[in-house]
Design a protein. Structure first.
Length: 266
């Protein structure tokens, strides 16, 4: 068995699309793991995994890509600010908070971007934002708590916003201390934990629709449909697409923004 064969026969059992993990860097990471376990071939590791749930979790952890950045897909943030958030707020009673869930939030870059967007354009209206951010990787959540990022994390965010909201400490940029507490953080696995309900928007970018198998994507899409309030929006990554057969659950407003259809939609 070679590396490609190993990926093909193992990763679908973890709910992952094997083609996404062919890079040399991921191969290297897995080889280091084989060395730790004193295993000598891909087929030995393949068999070992099947008897060992803990090792399957370990491998999932090794495969996790945690790269993110502020304002990722800047055009999306502009569309949210000018069109889609105002549209939802118009329909929402003034005393009801806007509820957003950022699923797979990495080290906080996405929910903090949403919080900054809110501060800039909507907070003045007196409306309230409830922002929930979740990730399966506790190390990511710990980094979000620190709220310190390299300049490269801000390359898509308008510079004036970085200057307004971050303190430059020798090339590392820190968010204001209180920002962390304005978001509810949760360790949550999209594959094994039930979705959080009652959201007006769910962001799931560069995660389920990038790395998960089609059947898992279908299951998660049904879960997101239930987790969104009527008329709620599901926001994907720039290169993500909903799985085939989602047409009865969501309709595209403007890629990558999809509107939840009502349950009785034909
Ligand atoms: C590539 S990052 C995307 C971050 C952000 N959404 C963005 O688009 O920039 C993927 C994130 O998903 C998390 N993740 C991976 N598998 C997950 C799972 N099963 N449940 C929840 N989060 C997961 C990773 O820890 C990582 O932080």
């Amino acid at each position: 068995m070679d590396y490609k064969e190993f990926l093909k026969t193992t990763l679908p059992h973890l709910g992952l699309r094997w083609r996404r993990f062919r890079s040399k860097s991921i191969r290297k990471r897995i080889i280091s793991r084989l060395q730790v376990l004193a295993l000598h071939s891909w087929s030995e590791y393949h068999s070992y995994l099947f008897d060992n749930e803990e090792e399957r979790q370990q491998l999932s952890g090794l495969l996790t890509v945690t790269i993110s950045r502020f304002w990722r897909n800047a055009a999306l943030f502009e569309a949210l600010e000018t069109t889609w958030l105002p549209a939802i707020l118009d329909r929402l009673p003034a005393n009801e908070p806007l509820r957003i869930w950022s699923a797979g939030c990495a080290s906080g870059e996405e929910p903090y971007s949403l919080l900054i967007l809110w501060q800039e354009s909507f907070a003045g209206s007196g409306r309230e934002l409830h922002l929930l951010a979740s990730d399966s990787d506790s190390r990511c959540l710990a980094r979000a708590l620190q709220g310190r990022y390299p300049a490269s994390s801000f390359r898509e965010m308008p510079r004036h916003l970085r200057e307004k909201y971050c303190t430059n400490e020798g090339g590392t940029f820190s968010l204001p201390g209180g920002f962390h507490d304005r978001i509810v953080w949760a360790e949550h696995n999209l594959i094994s934990d039930p979705p959080f309900k009652g959201n007006h928007l769910i962001f799931c970018r560069n995660l389920a629709y990038t790395y998960f198998t089609d059947s898992l994507q279908e299951k998660i899409t049904v879960g997101f449909h239930r987790a969104l309030l009527p008329g709620g929006l599901l926001v994907l990554g720039r290169k993500d697409h909903l799985p085939k057969g989602s047409g009865g659950l969501f309709r595209r407003l403007q890629h990558p923004i999809y509107e939840r259809l009502s349950d009785n939609h034909a």
